[in-house]
Design a protein around this ligand. Structure first.
Ligand code: NAD
Length: 636
């Protein structure tokens, strides 16, 4: 749990297409009657359209906003505002025009209605940065926060690609720093991730279709959410550096943000691992700094402070200025560290967390070659993606890959018509139980299924009821009588019941070359009452074959090879689904750590001591057990 303080901004937000038309009703809603229009000088006729929409409410116009809000420009606008007696400003333009509106509002108390045309996000923050004599100072006050923001997607459709990208990364920077802000909270956290995801998604597509309304809507929504984060929590190193570079060296605002963000993020990454991981997730690339740099390259945005006009000689002083006053930031701020960061940003290097390279293109290429029936295509494509992902996520080495190939080769070489090491591998990794659970056991009315295991042999000998399948092998005599019914309880005469089990030492007949013919396995047909009866011996716990690759794996991973004692059954009846299952001896060993994860509670049953005269089929002296069980199988 972490403590936080959070206030929701009182700004009213109007979002949509062609919402410029709402400007007059929004001003009227505020009860204002005399508007000074502040229009971005680069917007052509948009200022005229706003003025027109305001009609008689517009009493003046100022088109001279300048980046970083120089106080001298504010004073010119202030003189005009007083001259026309305005009680409201309507600003249409980027962050510079918004900045001027804020500067006027904080000096006079006039209301503000802002129509943002870039993605700076300033319109939803109570922050104002102003420059005077080469120094940029920032102040924050609720009076600075605009009353109303009208987001009109149409206004940014014509924003040139260059500004679009840098401005969108400027917004992304607010969201990025919000995620590791010391006063972060659940609300800004969610907004920030949503903003990053939307902005990254839009940036990947905007070059191909800059006027697309959906892309622009994503960017504008991202800007609003990210701006809300900026207005709510404290920013760190990235904003501080950009503030210094813009205020002291006159570098352009959003291009500076775009160049610095990947480097600031890489600098903070070792101290903000969880935030960087989530940023990477939102960007769709775990190497978040590299991903942002690559987005800049792909969209043709600047990547170096050198191309923005910063002199190499200024780097040392900039590092000094940025560390002059302490402020909260995940990574410690050292002059040496910041000098390194600035040098890399100046030179336009590609910062990286040093993780594995991006290989999506290779995965996509492989998957795109897969043709054939839809299910096959889907399964193989997904398998390829997961295998590639496994190799990439674990930074698989050549030696590990080679060891894996050799393991699988040996597993295959151990397989023949009697031994199935691959099934054993699947069993001991729990895969067989997963597939079993997906395929069977879906209805509560039927007896649960269990894995087939590697020792079933096709075509077991057909036996008479009462036969002793142990054929003289030592062990506690076990009499078994099972009934096979449908889910409604009606018996299923003629049902075919295959059974198989291990001997007293835990071996199946196929593991004992000296044994002649099948033992401890057989096929019975149910009588008119749906019953099957035979003699055998009490099964005991046993190790799965540990002399092969599966045994090597169990030993290497500290696992025992034992299976809980059980009898295998395969049941087939006309008009019914086949059931493969096992009955486990209650009280037996390893019920809670079965090596193949095959135990299900409903299949753990009593094998009680037999009483009275033993049924025919075996001569019994002394202790014997008497298992009775009813299987319910589902109609097909
Ligand atoms: P900007 O407002 O200076 O605009 C950049 C350029 O884009 C300008 O040449 C402008 O004419 C042009 N432009 C804007 N919209 C256009 C459109 N739709 N079509 C064509 N051209 C268009 O730059 P910005 O990056 O939006 O804002 C930067 C300023 O905002 C800086 O002063 C910065 O300090 C401030 N800012 C403040 C905050 C805050 O919370 N206080 C937050 C972000 C930015």
């Amino acid at each position: 749990m972490s403590d936080f303080r959070y206030s929701t901004g009182p700004t009213r937000v109007v979002f949509g297409s062609h919402t410029l038309a709402d400007v007059r009703p929004e001003v009227e809603r505020l009860g204002r009657t005399r508007v000074l229009v502040l229009a971005d000088p680069g917007l052509g006729t948009v200022g005229d359209r706003v003025r027109e929409a305001l009609g008689a409410l517009a009493v003046g116009r100022f088109d001279g906003a300048v980046m970083h809000t120089p106080v001298a420009v504010t004073e010119q606008a202030l003189a005009l505002l007083r001259e026309v007696g305005a009680d409201c400003v309507v600003a249409v333009g980027g962050g510079s025009t918004t900045g001027l509106a804020k500067a006027l509002a904080v000096r006079t108390g006039v209301d503000q209605v802002i129509l943002p045309t870039t993605y700076a996000g300033s319109e939803v923050t109570p922050v104002l940065g102003e420059t005077d004599g080469g120094t940029k100072t920032t102040r924050s006050s609720p009076d600075i926060l605009p009353e109303t923001v009208i987001y009109d997607v149409e206004l940014s459709r014509g924003l040139p690609l260059g500004i679009t990208v840098t401005s969108a990364v400027n917004a992304m920077a607010h969201a990025v720093e919000a995620l590791y802000a010391p006063d972060t909270n659940l609300v800004t956290d969610r907004l920030a991730l949503e903003a990053i995801e939307r902005i990254a998604r839009a940036l990947r597509r905007v070059k191909a279709d800059p006027a697309d309304a959906d892309i622009r809507a994503d960017l504008l929504t991202g800007a609003w959410l990210a701006g809300t984060c900026l207005g709510s929590v404290g920013m760190g190193l990235h904003h501080k550096l950009c503030h210094t570079l813009g205020g002291t060296y006159g570098l352009p605002h959003s291009p500076t943000h775009a160049v610095v963000l990947p480097h600031a993020l890489a600098y903070n990454a070792p101290y903000a691992k969880e935030a960087v991981r989530r940023i990477g997730e939102a960007l769709g690339n775990p190497d978040a700094p590299a991903a942002i740099h690559d987005l800049l390259v792909e969209t043709g945005a600047p990547t170096s402070l050198r191309e923005l006009g910063l002199a190499e000689a200024d780097l040392a002083q900039a590092a000094e200025l940025a560390t002059a006053k302490p402020y909260p930031n995940p990574a410690p701020l050292t002059q040496e560290g910041l000098a390194g960061l600035l040098r890399a940003a100046w030179a336009g290097e590609r910062p990286s967390l040093g993780g594995p390279p991006r290989l999506d293109w290779l995965t996509d290429q492989v998957v795109s070659t897969i043709a054939g029936p839809p299910r096959l295509r889907h399964l193989l494509g997904d398998l390829v993606r997961r295998l590639h992902g496994f190799a990439i996520d674990n930074d698989l080495t050549q030696a590990e890959w080679q060891a894996g190939i050799e393991f699988l080769t040996r597993t295959g070489q151990l397989c023949d018509d009697k031994r199935q090491e691959f099934v054993l591998l699947s069993d001991s990794l729990g895969v067989s139980s997963v597939v079993d659970a997906l395929t069977n056991s879906r209805t509560p009315e039927t007896t649960p299924s269990a894995v087939l295991g590697p020792f079933y042999v096709e075509g077991p000998p057909e036996l008479e009821h009462g036969t002793d399948v142990a054929d003289g092998l030592p062990g506690v005599p076990l009499h078994v009588e099972v009934t096979i019914t449908s889910t409604d309880g009606s018996p299923l005469p003629g049902a075919v019941v295959d059974i198989w089990q291990s001997n007293e030492d835990g071996f199946y007949d196929v593991q004992l070359p000296d044994l002649e013919g099948p033992v401890l396995r057989g096929r019975f047909r149910a009588d008119d009452g749906g019953r099957v009866r035979f003699w055998s011996i009490l099964p005991s716990e046993y190790p799965i074959p540990a002399d092969g690759t599966v045994g090597d794996m169990l030993a290497a991973t500290g696992r025992h090879p034992y299976r809980a004692p059980h009898l295998h059954f395969m049941l087939a009846a006309e008009g019914h689904q086949r059931l493969i299952t096992q009955l486990f001896v209650a009280g037996g060993k390893y019920l809670d750590s079965d090596a193949v994860f095959g135990v299900k509670q409903d299949l753990v049953v009593d094998f009680p001591a037999g009483t009275g005269t033993p049924p025919p089929g075996r001569r019994v002296t002394g202790e014997w057990r008497d298992l009775r069980f009813t299987f319910r199988i589902a109609p097909a």
